[in-house]
Design a protein around this ligand. Structure first.
Ligand code: NAD
Length: 477
């Protein structure tokens, strides 16, 4: 049994004040996972105070030096890639290759923002000859970063790298079940020269540790990635505190395939859209809208390609017991709603995967956009297929959702591609290829998918606020 996982506060591993630990579950086997410290508001207070003390030094450090440290963290994530991917795979059950790809992505955040430490810059405003007016983009100070369990290190890096580049200090809280790599990130950052207190991690339950972070008076901004329900809870506290938030919430994203598309390629992409990470991706393409004239043929191609993906080899388990139960509940809901099962619809019964939280890759057709399986985020490898007849209907169906995270359009008609892409209520739209995401592209939601933006130069605006300074120039004597 490995040593229990401790908080990382002020540059060192710290035991929980209350002395409490909880064992996780290995989702691939159902066996006992890592033993993780359970923090309290007292631990959060310790971490926030460390971050607050470190804030003035970190924001004043020469920006090139800040960039050098971030670049070193990025390089080190790559050097330690295998070990980190193994840790991530232990916590999440995901295939090693996928975990490794996510760690590479985490390194890219540090590489990218390391080079942008002087952005976003302020402006000089030409107002009057006797005034010198300029704006500064200043860090908030202590930023709370609360992340979910689906891409643990990658999502911690997505928020931490720009927040640090902008000169903030951080108290991060990973999800209870997938804490190991976020602590590893903080340790690596310390070893690569990040001053103590600049990046702290407090472990434990969301309702206790997460709430304490959002409520702490010295926390000046929170970046939350997770469910709509918790986003709303955080929003209520933030309303009382007038606390700025970035909310990256759920999705039920539509992927629209027109009859004139390259259908073989579109089918492969449609599978990737809903099967990556066993569907536990906020930007999954889980509503497949298909032009009726090719619906039968296209559905068959998607079913055939999905059937080739083997749970345990190509597809990981549900990452938590709770998520396993949720997906099984939606199988029952789909049956009640009368959707036609094209593939799957149950749990995996392979004895070799016994005990793991594996569900079958599942495809439903004959789905009406009013059904719960078309409206609610399932967060598993579950696709619903909805036919349409016209471009107008496709756009209306895609936009008829409480969510607005991403959208996809497959067509060979260039004018239609632009028309549809610009009509979709979504933070990002992919044309003729699903999820061409990169660290350079701003990412975030419309509607209940959240607000604020991560990634790109855009994220730096969300980790800084602007100050205008006007200086009256005395007339020449
Ligand atoms: P969750 O909302 O249950 O938990 C997310 C984090 O919030 C965890 O660290 C959790 O401990 C913490 N938390 C829980 N209750 C809290 C509270 N009351 N106050 C403060 N913090 C609290 O989400 P989850 O089940 O871990 O993750 C799945 C959800 O995340 C899905 O809805 C998915 O779409 C969303 N997600 C969104 C994005 C995005 O970028 N938009 C990315 C990944 C996941």
């Amino acid at each position: 049994m490995n040593a229990p996982l401790l908080h990382w506060i002020d540059g060192e591993a710290v035991a929980p004040t209350a002395g409490e630990f909880r064992s996780g579950t290995n989702p691939a086997t159902g066996g006992v996972g890592a033993q993780v410290a359970q923090g309290t508001a007292a631990d959060v207070d310790l971490a926030v105070r460390a971050a607050h003390t470190a804030a003035s030094g970190w924001r004043r450090i020469a920006s090139l030096e800040r960039g050098r440290i971030l670049a070193a963290i990025g390089r080190r994530l790559l050097v330690d890639l295998d070990a980190l991917a193994e840790l991530e795979s232990l916590d999440t059950g995901k295939p090693l290759a996928l975990a490794a790809a996510e760690i590479r992505g985490a390194a890219e955040y540090f590489e990218f923002y390391a080079a942008l430490v002087n952005l976003p810059a302020g402006d000089v405003l030409d107002i009057r000859p006797d005034l010198h007016v300029y704006t500064l983009r200043e860090p908030f100070g202590v930023v709370g970063v609360i992340t979910p369990w689906n891409l643990p290190l990658n999502q911690a890096a997505r928020a931490c790298a720009p927040a640090l580049a902008a000169g903030n200090t951080i108290v991060a809280k990973p999800a209870e079940s997938t804490s190991q790599t976020t602590v590893a990130l903080a340790r690596i950052a310390s070893e690569e020269g990040l001053p103590p207190g600049v990046l702290n991690v407090v472990l434990g339950r969301g309702a206790e540790v997460g709430t304490a972070i959002v409520q702490h008076p010295l926390v000046r901004k929170v970046a939350f990635t997770g469910s709509v329900r918790v986003g709303q809870d955080i929003g209520r506290i933030a309303a009382d505190r007038i606390l700025p938030l970035t909310l990256e919430l759920g999705g039920k994203s539509a992927n629209i395939v027109f009859a004139d598309a390259d259908l073989d390629f579109a089918a492969a992409e449609a599978v990737r859209a809903f099967m990556t990470n066993a569907g536990q991706v906020c930007s999954s393409g889980t509503r497949l809208l298909v032009e009726r004239s090719v619906q039968e043929r296209f559905t068959a191609a998607v079913v055939e390609a999905t059937r080739r993906l083997a749970p345990g080899r190509d597809v990981g388990p549900m990452i938590t017991q709770g998520q396993y139960d949720t997906v099984r509940r939606y199988f029952a809901i789909a049956a009640e709603e009368g959707a036609r099962v094209e593939l799957g619809g149950g749990v995996v019964t392979d004895p070799e995967l016994d005990g793991g939280f594996y569900v079958q890759p599942t495809i439903y057709s004959d789905v009406d956009n009013e059904m719960r399986i078309a409206r609610e985020e399932i967060f598993g490898p579950v696709l619903v297929i909805i036919p349409f007849d016209t471009e107008q209907e496709a756009v209306a169906l895609a936009n008829d959702s409480d969510f607005g995270l991403v959208g996809g359009v497959f067509t060979e008609d260039v004018s239609r591609a632009f028309r549809v892409a610009e009509s979709l209520e979504a933070g990002q739209v992919y044309v003729n290829s699903w999820s061409t995401q990169s660290v350079q592209m701003p990412f975030g939601g419309h509607k209940q998918s959240g607000y604020g933006r991560e990634k790109g130069i855009e994220a730096l605006y969300h980790y800084t606020h602007v100050k205008s300074i006007s200086v009256r120039l005395a007339p020449r004597r």
